[in-house]
Design a protein around this ligand. Sequence first.
Ligand SMILES: Nc1nc2c(ncn2[C@@H]2O[C@H](COP(=O)(O)OP(=O)(O)O)[C@@H](O)[C@H]2O)c(=O)[nH]1
Ligand SMILES: [Mg+2]
Length: 331
Amino acid sequence: MFFKTYSSFYTLLTMSFFKKIFSSEKKEILDKGLEKSKTNFFSKLTKAVAGKSKVDDEVLDNLEEILVASDVGVSTTLKIITRIEKRVASDKYLGISELNQILREEIAGLLSETNTGESSEFIIPVDVKPYVIMVVGVNGVGKTTTIGKLAYQFKKQGYKVVLGAADTFRAAAIDQLQIWADRVGVPIVRQEMGSDPASVAFDTLQSAVAQKADIVIIDTAGRLHNKINLMNELSKVKRVMQKVVADAPHDVLLVLDGSTGQNAFEQAKQFTAATEVSCLAVTKLDGTAKGGVVIGISDQFQIPVKYIGVGEGIEDLQVFNKLEFVDSFFK
Ligand SMILES: Nc1nc2c(ncn2[C@@H]2O[C@H](COP(=O)(O)OP(=O)(O)O)[C@@H](O)[C@H]2O)c(=O)[nH]1
Ligand SMILES: [Mg+2]
């Protein structure tokens, strides 16, 4: 009895210890990833408030410009400015030294009001097998890389994963997914370049069912040159998958390249109009000054940002947490 209690206490202790190490590591990677965005934002802000002692109209005008220039987006910027104006009105005097703290609080407040709730990693119901995730987005945004990182996380959690190379548009796309599959150690279903993406998706699901796999991730080619084509292609892939798994896909993950700033917004608009998207991943937040785009995207779309990409490595995919993100940005 004593031993049992002691050992479960010990397990708890080590678990929380590792959790702490993990979360502080995650935080460090996020802080580092957002460095460029922060430097860019705060150097502008410092210039804008030089010689000022309180938050006045001029400071707010400058702040508005800086937020827009940081890719937060016009409509989200206006909401933030309105909130700060209200605060200035009620507090009478807001010192410049408090501006940072206020920005952090108001943006966190704004994002916590969005109705997408707290985002979390994919939750795989035990009675759904295989759970099918279709990944969409334009060429180069980081779909294949994100799939590799996700497969790695799922595998680590003990799930049996199968990948489907339904981006058959370029040979390199198929090979790249193969490289990730080998690296993670999960099976991949592929066909020749140029073959029908729907047929690859069909094969992948059949193979996953036969192998009793838990999760299937389907890579697709997102050619946006024509919305109707894109819509038709994605609905065909879905329709064909449903011949094997009736309610597939269970999730459609749209990948956006955060380093393209406003372009990412545009792509989100076009894809959500062309197909049902259930969640978002914003990649390449490391090495860009446009990290503010995540704030705008999570404010403006009714779809949760589930993941952010903060590097090219296998570990560099994080579950997006609004408050952690704002905290890291305004620290
Ligand atoms: N720095 C950085 N690079 C990334 C990230 N995600 C993807 N990439 C890179 O972006 C490029 C395109 O990625 P890829 O997965 O091939 O995009 P796809 O065409 O949408 O499948 C590759 O060189 C990736 O290594 C990220 O979070 N950070
Ligand atoms: Mg690809």
